[in-house]
Design a protein around this ligand. Structure first.
Ligand SMILES: Cc1ncc(COP(=O)(O)O)c(C=O)c1O
Length: 394
């Protein structure tokens, strides 16, 4: 029997995905200007990026990046443990630890890598990892790649998480949750999860990719907003590529956690360190995100305006008070048609379809940013009203 052809099989799977109307299309952006993007020669008002505080194009970040690149070049040249760990990385780690109220922090090249590294360093084969069903793919992948026994509880159902921990009472356990759920925008029941972990002797890990910069005093994130500390959430991960407008990620926690990750997180050890100029830009971003609370206030006003207007129109809002404001449309084709109709009116809102979200829960994922103005939100609401999304069932 000849072996099956791997590339042939992949082509069949791709064709099947296209047939199911779930094919993903890459869009090239030729210019960005605040909330505006240019693509295929058209200027579009975007409601789909995660630059929640509007820092990605801030001239102060650009200047910090340029200055560091002028001084030391572009690439870090090696992994952190060889000779890639620069002063810019060290300063950023210190600033992130201080901001999040943790003893130390450790940089990773992406959030995906940070989550894989943490899981693989903490969990041994067969050990329990309990996760919310709607956690980001990289937390789920991290547990699987670590060879852990992954148990997923229905979204935000703390009682189900209790049962999973109690049913597997022997051995080490990690409970991991998104702080703010990336496709839903709601916030995890962090206080309840932290008491649960304390009662059951499990370790709590929070991925605050979408909470950092947006929630909590000085933007320190969902964990800080919930009044929780390092002892309650010993493993805190967040990214630099969303509200901080850069790229990369970090894990913050005790010195013992960070020492351990430095030794054992393979996605930290065996990869090139972030460009130091990017770390310099992120350091500037942390200071701005902490100090310029008007950005969070403005974002809050835009969120409230959008929710008020959408509720008046009877649009299928989800229970979120964060910058992620999805409209649940159900059918993948319906979500795609709505996104296309909005684009025809000059608005870019992305349709999120399975497998990123569960079957039957396709949606328009509207995200808001401090770069938007009230008139932009009103324009989006007018366009949504013209689609008559409230007329058909979810
Ligand atoms: C909750 C969450 N965690 C982790 C990641 C991955 O972060 P990164 O894009 O830095 O790899 C994302 C999105 O990108 C996310 O939404």
């Amino acid at each position: 029997m000849p072996r099956p052809d791997l590339l042939g099989r992949l082509a069949v799977q791709t064709a099947e995905r296209a047939q199911a109307q779930l094919h993903r299309r890459l869009r090239t952006i030729t210019k960005t200007d605040g909330p505006w993007l240019e693509s295929d020669g058209r200027r579009l008002l975007a409601f789909c990026n995660n630059d929640y505080l509007g820092l990605a194009q801030d001239p102060r970040l650009v200047a910090a990046l340029k200055q560091a690149a002028d001084a030391d070049g572009v690439g870090s040249g090696s992994a952190h443990l060889i000779c890639g760990h620069r002063r810019e990385h060290a300063m950023l780690e210190e600033a992130l630890a201080e901001w999040t109220g943790r003893e130390r922090a450790l940089l990773f090249s992406t959030g995906y890598m940070a989550n894989l590294g943490v899981m693989q360093a903490l969990l041994q084969r067969g050990e329990l990892c309990v996760q919310d069903k709607l956690n980001h793919a990289c937390l789920l992948d991290g547990a699987q790649l670590a060879g852990a026994t992954l148990k997923r509880y229905p979204h935000a159902e703390v009682d189900a998480a209790i049962r999973q921990l109690q049913r597997n009472a022997e051995g080490c356990a990690l409970l991991a949750t998104d702080g703010v759920f990336s496709m839903d925008g709601d916030i995890a029941p962090l206080r309840e999860l932290s008491s649960l972990c304390a009662n059951e002797g499990a370790t709590l890990m929070v991925d605050d990719a979408h909470g950092l910069g947006v929630l909590g005093e000085s933007g320190a994130g969902s964990v800080s907003e919930s009044g929780l500390h390092e002892r309650d959430v010993p493993v805190l991960m967040a990214t630099l590529g969303k509200a901080l407008g850069c790229s990369g990620a970090f894990v913050a926690g005790s010195a013992a956690l960070i020492d351990g990750l430095t030794q054992f997180a393979r996605t930290y050890v065996y990869t090139t360190a972030l460009p130091p100029a990017l770390a310099a830009a992120a350091l500037r971003a942390v200071a701005i995100a902490r100090d310029e609370s008007w950005r969070r206030d403005k974002l809050g006003q835009l969120i409230r305006r959008f929710r008020r207007g959408a509720a008046e129109l009877g649009l299928p809002l989800m229970p979120s008070r964060t910058a992620i404001q999805p409209l649940l449309l159900g059918d993948a084709q319906r979500a795609l048609d709505a996104a296309r109709a909005l684009e025809a009116q000059g608005l870019l809102v992305v349709a999120i379809r399975p497998p990123t979200v569960p079957q039957g829960q396709a949606r328009l994922r509207v995200t808001l940013s401090a770069t938007h103005e009230e008139t932009h939100v009103d324009r989006l609401l007018e366009a949504l009203a013209s689609l008559r999304l409230m007329d058909a069932p979810v």
